[in-house]
Ligand binder design. Structure first.
Ligand SMILES: NC(=O)c1ccc[n+]([C@@H]2O[C@H](COP(=O)([O-])OP(=O)(O)OC[C@H]3O[C@@H](n4cnc5c(N)ncnc54)[C@H](OP(=O)(O)O)[C@@H]3O)[C@@H](O)[C@H]2O)c1
Length: 302
């Protein structure tokens, strides 16, 4: 019996070492990137911000069709025209991802008008930007409906066909705040932590599903309208990312079938420290970085 246990542990250690070695080799010598020529990519919140940059980046890398969802027709139309001008087929649909019936209705409309989706990018999100006690209940519910549950509905709508085709990729634009929360955006941090668990569970659930993979991207502060006006204590030490950079790195990760991407890489240090330091020491880091107060400097984007 003891030998069987020892054998099982040794096998596990060997498999883990093999996976780490493969990941290291892939980091040094990246595999040939996935060809996107046969892919139809749907980006939620694709009209503006990071979503717009993602839609443009997928088009630049010769994805077959781009479909963008959002609530504001003006932005959707502008981005669609920009992508069509690049020579890529693009369609937009007005869809509030926080509204389950609307998601299912528009997913059906996409299938009928454009065909199957093989890459789904769950990007749409809002931030209320107030403390728990200052927040209106409906505003708190809204961010959970859009940022977390919206991903349940879009994924439920498109994943079954990806499984049938044995070709699919679900991408989640998450945030560093899913892993290290700050005050003043309690709705946002909670929704992003839930979405992180959603993707972790989904990823493990797809282990035996050939051809269907996931990517979770957790960027640091990015210069879009979402946190516009937010003042960071040391902007030179922690400069915001450009939305184009987030989009480029995200599409790289999809093409390399990378499951997790933290941007910039230095955020790994924060996550590591968070797992070993006592709470008082972590509070010193937050005080130093000014993350206690930075959320009081912006209005939120709903
Ligand atoms: N900016 C940052 O600092 C930062 C950092 C880390 C992660 N992220 C994440 O990156 C993603 C994109 O953020 P961003 O910075 O590009 O924000 P943004 O500029 O505010 O754009 C948000 C996008 O989501 C869409 N959207 C919002 N609610 C929606 C709904 N109910 N249904 C459909 N579309 C909806 C918006 O379009 P409409 O308003 O027209 O619907 C817009 O296209 C989000 O998931 C965000 O959490 C952002």
């Amino acid at each position: 019996m003891a030998w069987r246990w020892l054998g099982a542990w040794l096998l596990l250690a060997a498999r883990m070492a093999c996976s780490v070695a493969k990941a290291l080799a892939r980091a040094l010598l990246p595999a040939r990137p996935r060809d996107l020529a046969g892919d139809s990519v749907l980006v939620t919140g694709g009209g503006r911000g990071i979503g717009r940059c993602l839609a443009l980046e997928f088009a630049k890398r010769r994805a077959w069709k781009i479909i963008i969802w959002g609530r504001t027709e003006k932005y959707l139309k502008e981005t669609t025209e920009e992508i069509r001008a690049m020579g890529t087929e693009c369609h937009y649909f007005i869809c509030d991802v926080g509204n389950r019936e609307e998601v299912y209705r528009q997913a059906k409309a996409v299938r009928e008008k454009v065909g199957d989706i093989t890459i789904l990018v769950n990007n749409a999100a809002v931030v209320h930007g107030k403390s728990l006690t200052d927040s209106d209940d409906n505003a708190l519910l809204k961010s959970q409906h859009i940022n977390t549950l919206g991903q349940f509905w879009t994924t439920k709508a498109f994943l079954p066909r990806m499984l049938e085709l044995q070709r699919g990729h679900i991408v989640c634009l998450n945030s560093v705040l899913a892993l290290s929360a700050i005050p003043g955006a309690i709705d946002y941090c909670t929704s992003k932590a839930s979405a992180f668990a959603f993707m972790e569970s989904l990823t493990l659930g797809l282990l035996d599903c050939p051809g269907v993979n996931t990517t979770t991207v957790c960027p640091f502060h990015t210069s879009t309208e979402m946190f516009q006006g937010m003042r960071i204590r040391f902007p030179n030490l922690f400069p915001p990312l450009k939305p184009e950079t987030v989009a480029r790195r995200t599409v790289d990760a999809v093409q390399q079938n990378q499951a997790f991407l933290l941007l910039p890489w230095t955020m790994h240090i924060l996550i590591f420290l968070k797992s070993i330091l006592p709470q008082a020491a972590l509070e010193e880091i937050h005080k130093f970085a000014g993350s206690y107060t930075c959320m009081n400097t912006f209005k939120g984007r709903t």
